[in-house]
Design a protein around this ligand. Structure first.
Ligand SMILES: [Zn+2]
Length: 172
């Protein structure tokens, strides 16, 4: 009788240890860009409240506006181009050039790490996506085929930008 109790105990322990040896799932947090400033971060719900549906689609869902349709595509006025989501100053009118590609194009950005990049492999191509460093919103892509001395072409959605004409800035 005693023997069977010991056997039962051993069996129970071995069953327990068997149960414990099951792999435990550890939830690893996904790696985010180290340089990203989190002050401009909002939840999707908060973005939906502050952005238009077109802005939300491009800025937060990495969409692309149709070529030649953006309101800033042909703008040549003097001024500053800001991130439409958070107001981060990204480009000036001096950096804009006529690329004929259908989207506002710039050959450089305002200095100070205002734009971050990441590899984009969507649509079977390898492109470099550009995003606002402050709020992480999608701006467009950067290419190495620029016609100016920088050799860069920042191809940006109009919807991702807010243009502040120089006149309105100096009058204040
Ligand atoms: Zn931003």
């Amino acid at each position: 009788m005693r023997y069977s109790i010991i056997l039962l105990a051993v069996l129970t322990i071995s069953l327990q240890s068997c149960g414990q040896s099951k792999p435990t799932t550890t939830s690893e947090t996904t790696k985010t860009n180290k340089t990203m400033d989190t002050t401009g971060k909002k939840t999707d719900e908060e973005w939906k409240k502050t952005l238009t549906s077109d802005q939300y689609y491009v800025l937060r869902e990495k969409g692309t506006e149709r070529a030649y349709t953006g309101k800033l595509y042909l703008t040549k006025d003097k001024g500053i181009y800001k991130c439409a989501a958070c107001g981060n100053e990204l480009f000036t009118s001096d950096m804009k050039f006529d690329s004929h590609c259908g989207w506002p194009s710039f050959d450089r950005e305002i200095k100070g790490g205002k734009i971050i990049t990441q590899t984009d492999t969507s649509f079977g191509t390898i492109r470099t996506e550009i995003m606002c460093a402050k709020c992480g919103s999608h701006l467009g892509h950067i290419f190495d085929d620029g016609p100016t001395e920088t050799g860069k072409r920042y191809c940006v959605n109009s919807v991702s930008l807010e243009f502040i004409p120089e006149d309105s800035a100096t009058k204040k």
